[in-house]
Design a protein around this ligand. Structure first.
Ligand SMILES: Nc1ncnc2c1ncn2[C@@H]1O[C@H](COP(=O)(O)OP(=O)(O)O)[C@@H](O)[C@H]1O
Ligand SMILES: [Mg+2]
Length: 332
């Protein structure tokens, strides 16, 4: 709690040994607070934090065996890359010759072999990021904590660094907790994702399960695009009562678009369809996105561009169909 503000509430979370766990949520949802609690920079007003079965709630951050990368990198600006990297080793009383060896080896690992003599200000954003990662990893901590580690990088560099973080995680086997607001990053990196909203955990699951079986509309929307089918389909009474209090959701790539009279091979009782009007077509390289008005709803359809495919334009009448089994029922 920050004064009257409860930034994170009833957080019950178990991080598994060796896993890559990502805390994902919009800005202000309590991600950093949750990470700072784990790191020991702030103490919970209630409850406890255990590492390997031992309570650490009262152990200050600097006494904990963990590597941390802050969003701002927090490199020491007046120290060279080498000296930045030596610092955590000095803190642990490791002697100079061993320090030099470790610095050499980690610099090689993050592809910065020739940069040891530079000052942080003489490095690009991506290079600074790698130094920050190297500094967090150099003392071989069993736990790595990352707060928006790639937030300041442009797209290409971000993707490249995602790959590096992933292979570092694999190689070192460090239990990692990463905070991000970037869905793609969370999906790419994580063994499991914790979705946070307003200081509360909304859902915890593997990336695939979260995307494919979101429990709530918030999770569905946060991890991609969600079409609400609500009253346009699913009038079967039994089904409706079984899913009381939920709305029917379907992902844009599960909708198929075709001319109204087209035939489909799948059995009719597995398939549902609706007629609509295209209002927009967005071409995005390998994908084509359509907005289709069906009744009072605007549905998004996403399809991979393929040869011989029919392309529709605004104003075209189309049929959308989908498999009943692709519908998900989520809490609004
Ligand atoms: N030091 C602080 N003092 C008061 N309120 C804070 C402080 N840090 C964060 N908060 C508030 O706590 C909530 C969660 O913040 P934070 O954990 O930083 O979210 P996130 O990292 O998900 O963006 C926000 O409402 C934020 O304004
Ligand atoms: Mg934050």
């Amino acid at each position: 709690m920050y004064g009257a503000i409860t930034a994170v509430k009833d957080l019950a979370l178990t991080v598994r040994q060796g896993e890559f766990l990502t805390i994902l949520g919009p800005s202000g949802s309590g991600k950093t607070t949750a990470l700072m609690l784990l790191a020991g920079f702030i103490s919970p007003s209630e409850g406890d934090i255990l590492i390997a079965g031992r309570s650490v709630a009262a152990v200050p951050s600097y006494r904990r065996d963990q590597g941390i990368v802050f969003q701002s990198y927090a490199l020491f600006p007046h120290l060279t890359v080498r000296r930045n990297l030596e610092f955590p080793l000095e803190m642990r009383g490791i002697k100079a010759s061993e320090r030099a060896n470790r610095v050499d080896s980690i610099l090689e690992r993050v592809h910065l072999k020739d940069f040891g003599g530079r000052m942080p200000s003489q490095l690009s954003g991506g290079q600074q990021q790698r130094v920050a990662l190297a500094r967090a990893l150099i003392a071989d901590p069993p736990i790595l904590l990352l707060d928006e580690p790639l937030g300041a990088l442009d797209r290409n560099l971000r993707e490249q660094m995602q790959g590096e973080i992933k292979s570092l995680h694999k190689e070192f086997g460090i239990t990692t907790v990463c905070v991000t607001h970037d869905q793609e990053e969370a999906l790419t990196l994580s063994d499991r994702i914790v979705v946070m909203r307003g200081g509360v955990i909304e859902q915890v699951d593997t990336p695939e399960a979260l995307y494919d079986r979101p429990a709530t509309l918030f999770v569905a929307n946060f991890l991609g695009e969600a079409n609400l089918l609500e009253k346009t389909v699913y009038e079967i009474e039994a089904e409706r009562s079984r899913h009381a209090g939920t709305v029917a959701m379907i992902r844009p790539e599960r909708l198929r678009i075709s001319v109204p009279g087209a035939t489909r091979s799948t059995e009719a009782d597995q398939r549902e369809s609706a007629i609509g009007t295209v209002t927009d077509m967005i071409y995005a390289g390998p994908l084509r996105k359509y907005h289709v008005e069906v009744g009072s709803r605007l549905l998004v359809v996403r399809e991979h561009v393929a040869s011989g495919q029919q392309v529709f334009s605004p104003g075209d009448q189309v049929r959308l169909d989908w498999l009943r089994s692709d519908i998900r029922f989520v809490t609004p």
